[in-house]
Design a protein around this ligand. Sequence first.
Ligand SMILES: NC(=O)CCC(=O)C(=O)O
Length: 331
Amino acid sequence: MAEAGDPLADTCAPTNTPSNQPSAHFLHNLTHGIMAKLLKKPLKLACVQLSTGADKAANLARARSKVLEATSKGANVVVLPECFNSPYGTKYFPKYAETLQPSPPTEAQSPTFHALSALAKESKAYLIGGSIPEYLADTDKHYNTSLIFGPDGNLLATHRKVHLFDIDIPGKIRFQESEILSPGNKVTLVDLPEYGKIAVAICYDIRFPELAMIAARQGAFLLLYPGAFNLTTGELHWKLQARARAMDNQVYVGLCSPARDMTADYNAWGHSLIVNPNAQVLGELDEKEDIVYADLDGDTIEQTRKGIPIYTQRRFDVYPDVSQGDVKFTE
Ligand SMILES: NC(=O)CCC(=O)C(=O)O
């Protein structure tokens, strides 16, 4: 306990136990933590672990049938996997890439944009369209891009993968997305008017907790990651990353992988899963094509935050709040 005259007294005073008045940080934490209703009404989330292959039209058709299956079972928000319209590999990205500008693109520029928009409208659901290789002609760059549509078929947001998957584990796996792709430069928060805010990022982005932290502190109730981990890092880190982001931020997390195809160049881990704000796994698939569902509700977030109130205990007098700096958001 610090005593009068103790030089440590000021710096040790916790912001959540103010002696006179609540600090600005304390009030900020309350507003953005347990007090705010992050998820306004319950929803059913579905992650479609799609079997994908080299035929883009077949991938789109299969995505349609699985998304409609999910919504026929009551899903309000449906997620597709990373690179769901193309095989995953740098040699495939330019060949499968579609142009999204100007927005909306023509059918010829982006058949996937039009297929997803029509599917969102047909299924009357929010559709997180996994990701697709994108080509931006203005700058001659490629991106790994997620398209997010509302139930009326309108595009709500796009997320370009911010952290490119460049790894080299000798004897196991080497992958260099940056040989072809350029990184995005925005945090993507999307408002689903009747539910609240979600954040979308792509696969390797999950390894950077700052992105998740910023999104959660800006009010997201759910972090969604279309992703395709592999047989080396999948076993090690896939579920751990999902549970860690949920635990750190006390929000729901969903990870959506393609089904595993051992004849493909890249073997996806599968194991799509949904985790609750207490880091408990609500549902997890094996490696085969299937759909994982979970019911999400705001009370679970609030109860988790009341029980373990880290939202009111942060020490922004000791370290900075990464969500309050110069953060770039997708408009
Ligand atoms: N597609 C990806 O970004 C893969 C990321 C991955 O496997 C990892 O371990 O991270």
